[in-house]
Design a protein around this ligand. Structure first.
Ligand code: P6P
Length: 347
């Protein structure tokens, strides 16, 4: 029978969004924007899977605003994301890791949402076939986002983004898509965290992880210890404590580090533990960007019962001052982030 308990009563991302709209959790405009992001992720998943078969590996010969070499797929993924958001007709302004400045979307006829995204995070792993991902966050538009008769477009766009995206706790929705042994779309609309696994047989994201909760503790840490020398003495003390057999009754923590935020984050969300990208002597604010990496990921982790911190401040309390601003990030099990914070003087 086709009732709700029928084995065929699967939720796809689309039908789940419709249900949330019927429950009044989100409005149709926001559901349309999220659907367009789901479409972008399906396209990127296909491009990533076929990178080596279609000469899509390697560098594009350009650098992004953060001075990082852009891979061919960085540039293409950015275009895929931008085109899908543009054709949704509900996006007003976008800010991307791959764009120097925020971009206003002319084709908007309603909704006018502000979307921030990293279209292909961890792309240095692409050539080796290792996990990558897309990360996004969606904010309510503010009247400062009206882009008519702008004096100084770039300043106007910066103001728009910075006024809409502050602080991260103003996020309406955030999520990521993991391109790995399977393609998994994970999002929150402020009422828990939901994971959808891509089924290429039907071309849909199928609900497989309803109401995800991160374990309160976890014996896995994901840090790039190659940066250990440049860490503060307190952070070194913290890292050394994780490895102490004596302190943990003969069972010290395990190290797992993919070098791809979405992959390390997803494992931390499901298994527990902590991912960290601290500041160091060369990069005092670390490497990750607040707007389209740290805030969206912290929103998801908090909705799953975990934490997102700079070591001294809740990430979602930070008001961005620059679109590509970096902050240190420690995200994962609440008990693990709490333990890390005992090694820092909280602000
Ligand atoms: P490192 C990828 O470039 C990224 O932005 C994250 O996905 C990843 O966690 C981190 O940087 C890896 O940086 O310095 O350890 O190679």
């Amino acid at each position: 029978q086709a009732g709700a308990d029928s084995p065929y009563a699967l939720y796809t991302l689309t039908t789940w969004l419709l249900k949330e709209e019927m429950k009044g959790t989100i409005d149709g405009e926001l559901a349309t924007v999220i659907s367009s992001i789901g479409l972008a992720c399906k396209q990127i998943a296909s491009l990533v899977q076929r990178a080596s078969l279609s000469d899509m590996n390697g560098l594009a010969g350009l650098a992004n605003q953060s001075g990082e070499d852009q891979k061919k797929l960085d540039v293409i993924s950015n275009e895929v994301f931008s085109n899908c958001l543009r054709s949704s007709g509900r996006t007003g302004v976008i800010a991307s890791e791959e764009e120097d400045v925020p971009v206003s979307v002319e084709e908007t006829y309603s909704g006018n949402y502000v979307v921030v995204f990293d279209p292909l995070d961890g792309s240095s792993n692409i050539d080796a076939g290792i996990s990558t991902g897309s990360i996004f966050g969606i904010y309510e538009p503010s009247d400062e986002c009206s882009v008519d008769d702008m004096e100084n477009p770039e300043k106007m766009m910066d103001n728009c983004i910075l006024n809409c995206c502050q602080p991260g706790s103003a996020l309406l929705c955030s999520g990521y898509c993991l391109y790995s042994s399977s393609t998994i779309f994970v999002l929150t609309i402020g009422k828990g965290v939901y994971g959808f696994t891509y089924d290429s047989m039907v071309g849909e994201f199928i609900l497989t992880h309803p109401d995800l909760k991160v374990p309160n503790l976890g014996k896995i840490y994901a840090f790039n210890e190659g940066n250990y020398e440049g860490w503060t003495p307190k952070l070194k003390e913290y890292m050394d404590s994780l490895k102490s057999s004596e302190k943990w009754n003969g069972k010290p923590y395990s190290a797992r580090y993919i070098g791809s935020l979405v992959g390390d984050f997803h494992r931390t969300l499901l298994y527990g533990g902590i991912y960290g990208y601290p500041g160091d002597t060369r990069n005092p604010n670390g490497k990750l960007r607040l707007l389209y990496e740290c805030a969206p990921m912290s929103f998801i982790m908090e909705q799953a019962g975990g934490s997102g911190s700079t070591g001294t401040t809740r990430v979602l309390d930070i008001c961005p001052e620059k679109v590509h601003q970096r902050v240190p990030l420690f995200v994962g099990s609440k008990g693990e982030v709490d333990y890390l914070e005992t090694f820092f003087d909280k602000e």
